[in-house]
Design a protein around this ligand. Structure first.
Ligand SMILES: C[S@@+](CC[C@H](N)C(=O)[O-])C[C@H]1O[C@@H](n2cnc3c(N)ncnc32)[C@H](O)[C@@H]1O
Length: 201
């Protein structure tokens, strides 16, 4: 955990937290969920340009990290950004709503601000896909209507973002929600909640 608040100044106001810092919480939760697993295998859904993969491998080089993207441009940038990485990564194109991956293929599956763009209905389908292909659990950092202020709610509605993945996560088969909270370094203006769900036997 970061020890100090980072202040972000914007239009004369000072905000607690700094855009992007919630990544660190996400990465630490993925690492935590992998604890006790020999040679953990994880999958990032919508890995963008590969920053989370870079952070996770910097934290724990024992984790085998795979990632996929929806667009050629994004996966190409991830491949370039991870060019000098000492580890091999399996980076591929896929749609998180319809994964051509067998059940329980990865120990942990995670996403950061990916499901948001799909709207509530497709985000629910995506969450179920992530759950299907994971063995141990999922970590997601995505917007939530819970605790959102008026502006954030307006923004989510206007952009057609997903609103509530917690109520879906609770009902996943064999699910135990370990964490559900607003990210500590509130990301302005795209609020996100940190959700960690474990599969119970
Ligand atoms: C806001 S970016 C976040 C990228 C990355 N997760 C990060 O934290 O830096 C959202 C990403 O989700 C990807 N995306 C959107 N729809 C997707 C889908 N159906 N399947 C997989 N990825 C998707 C986009 O291509 C984009 O790279």
């Amino acid at each position: 955990m970061l020890q100090k608040d980072i202040l972000l100044k914007h239009n004369g106001k000072v905000y607690k937290g700094c855009n992007g810092y919630q990544r660190i919480e996400l990465i630490e939760s993925v690492n935590e969920l992998c604890r006790g697993i020999e040679q953990p295998k994880v999958l990032e859904a919508g890995c963008g340009s590969g920053l989370n993969i870079y952070l996770l491998e910097s934290l724990n080089s024992q984790i085998e990290i795979h990632g996929f993207e929806y667009t050629n441009a994004r996966i190409a940038s991830a491949i370039v950004n991870l060019f000098y990485s000492p580890n091999l990564h399996n980076l591929f194109l896929a749609d998180v709503c319809n994964l051509k991956i067998p059940d329980n293929s990865f120990d942990v599956v995670y996403s950061n601000h990916v499901l948001e763009q799909l709207g509530q209905e497709r985000a629910e389908a995506a969450l179920k896909e992530m759950w299907r292909v994971c063995k141990k659990g999922i970590v997601v950092s995505e917007p939530s209507i819970h605790g959102a202020n008026r502006y954030e709610k307006w923004r989510m509605n206007t952009l057609g973002y997903c609103r509530d993945l917690y109520s879906v996560a609770k009902k996943l088969p064999h699910a135990k929600v370990l964490v559900y909270k607003e990210d500590s370094y509130r990301t302005y203006p795209n609020t996100s909640h940190h959700l960690v769900v474990e599969k119970t036997p």
